[in-house]
Design a protein around this ligand. Sequence first.
Ligand SMILES: C[S@@+](CC[C@H](N)C(=O)[O-])C[C@H]1O[C@@H](n2cnc3c(N)ncnc32)[C@H](O)[C@@H]1O
Length: 361
Amino acid sequence: MSETDFATRVGQILEAGALNVALGLGYQLGLFEALDGAGALSSDELAAKADLNPRYVHEWLGAVLAGGVVELAPDDPTRFVLPDAHALVLCRRGGAQNLGVYTQELGLLVEGALSGVRAGFRTGQGLGYESYPAFHAFMGELADRKHEQALVGEFLPSVAEGAIEARLRAGGAACDLGCGSGRALLLLAAAFPASEFVGVDLDEGALEAGRDAARAAGLTNVEFLTRDAARLAEAPGELAARFDWVSAFDAIHDQLDPAAALRGARALLKDGGVFSLVDIAAESELAENAERPLGAFLYTVSLLHCLPIGLGPEGKGAGLGMLWGRQRALDLLAEAGFEVEVAEIPNDPFNVHYCCRLSSA
Ligand SMILES: C[S@@+](CC[C@H](N)C(=O)[O-])C[C@H]1O[C@@H](n2cnc3c(N)ncnc32)[C@H](O)[C@@H]1O
């Protein structure tokens, strides 16, 4: 690429990066929902509808108009329209098509962690979850979007050729490691009333949110336990060899000691049980991810969150990073005593399913 072409590219990066921030603000403040289906609104009408300050909304409209997100009304340059095709991609009603939820991510991470990450470049130290105050709420929102559409109807039937779904229907037991606020478990507990579900996480606030949601939904077959996944192998207690299915959605690469957490997953499985590790689809070498769609976005999220969390405040954790990749995952799973089949996930090219059974060796 020539210098001129690269300068053009950097200009595009500046424009897109700035627009990402404006989109994230609009998503959080409900501006896209206020525009959705409303026809042509003036700046003041939009501010009133969203219950926001008119001067700020006016400036925001400047950014999203220049960025091609909203359009001017054909007959009135003082009114703004969000085309329906854009609304589907930016509004909560878009479900699986909603990319708006991701526009908040970099802003949230930068808000809590940028100075710590900058320091980490010199010290090698990482960060604790307290650096990310809005993290669990955001993860809950992402998990809602991911799991609500696909977990019960699409993903579960694909696990071990439907064997786990059949066991849960008949009355089995499943545990979700690093369950966060428990969105996946709540969906499963509602879909399989004859089975019992246990969520394990370190974050008491997230677990309490899960307990509240279970109570509100009247679910009595799900419980949330405060446990360190990395200590389950040595001290599984009442969870030892209890489960037909153990899952870990997006919850191993952030661990300080992922190898111990994988041994923990093993300790929880009944004979013949299955461990589903669902994590980002990537390779372990940087060069092999160079062409990956959204690779720069994912590495930057990892830099701002997954890596520092995985290193921990003392910098002694494994620090796998989000794109730890297939080869590294397969090595760690084999060390933990699993035989693994790598499966694609229906309608989810971003993640991969490591379907693991206890190794017979
Ligand atoms: C990226 S979040 C994923 C949450 C959830 N599984 C989802 O898909 O939305 C990772 C979760 O792992 C939890 N976690 C990290 N280390 C853990 C450990 N050693 N033991 C238990 N949970 C842990 C975090 O508190 C967090 O809730």
